[in-house]
Design a protein around this ligand. Structure first.
Ligand SMILES: [Cu+2]
Length: 132
């Protein structure tokens, strides 16, 4: 596939994943998006997501992200995971992580978060494309 097709596939898969995930109506108002789909393959690669409150289009700062997983499920390698750790939030509503990616291709960044005033857990799956 060309990189362009890969990107379309990633977006299509992301849309499908969000569609297919049953969520509470409240949690459905929020979505995690990639700041940039393309990331560098390798150790210490930076993955950034923003959390958007869909009805207002505003970024949501101060979310408590309590569970994360990065794996290659978009490329049928769901057991291939990447070690990662958060970088302190500097830009409100943008959440950055350093991840040790070990392979070029598509990585799913799965997140569970809580935000103030929303009782439901917010779940997201954001696909990044690692390039050598
Ligand atoms: Cu892989």
């Amino acid at each position: 596939m060309t990189p362009r097709m890969n990107l379309f596939a990633a977006i299509a898969l992301l849309a499908f994943t969000i569609e297919a995930t049953p969520v509470w109506a409240g949690a459905d108002d929020y979505v995690f998006e990639p700041v940039s789909v393309d990331v560098r393959n390798g150790a210490g690669s930076e993955l950034a997501v923003r959390l958007v409150h869909k009805p207002t289009g505003k970024l949501v700062a101060g979310a408590a992200i309590f569970r994360t997983r990065i794996d290659m499920s978009p490329d049928q390698m769901g057991t291939m995971t990447a070690k990662h750790s958060p970088i302190p939030e500097t830009e409100p509503g943008v959440y950055r992580f350093k991840a040790d990616l070990t392979m070029a291709g598509r990585w799913a960044f799965k997140l569970m978060a809580k935000v103030q005033g929303e009782p439901a857990t917010i779940e997201g799956s954001v696909i990044f494309l690692a390039k050598d």
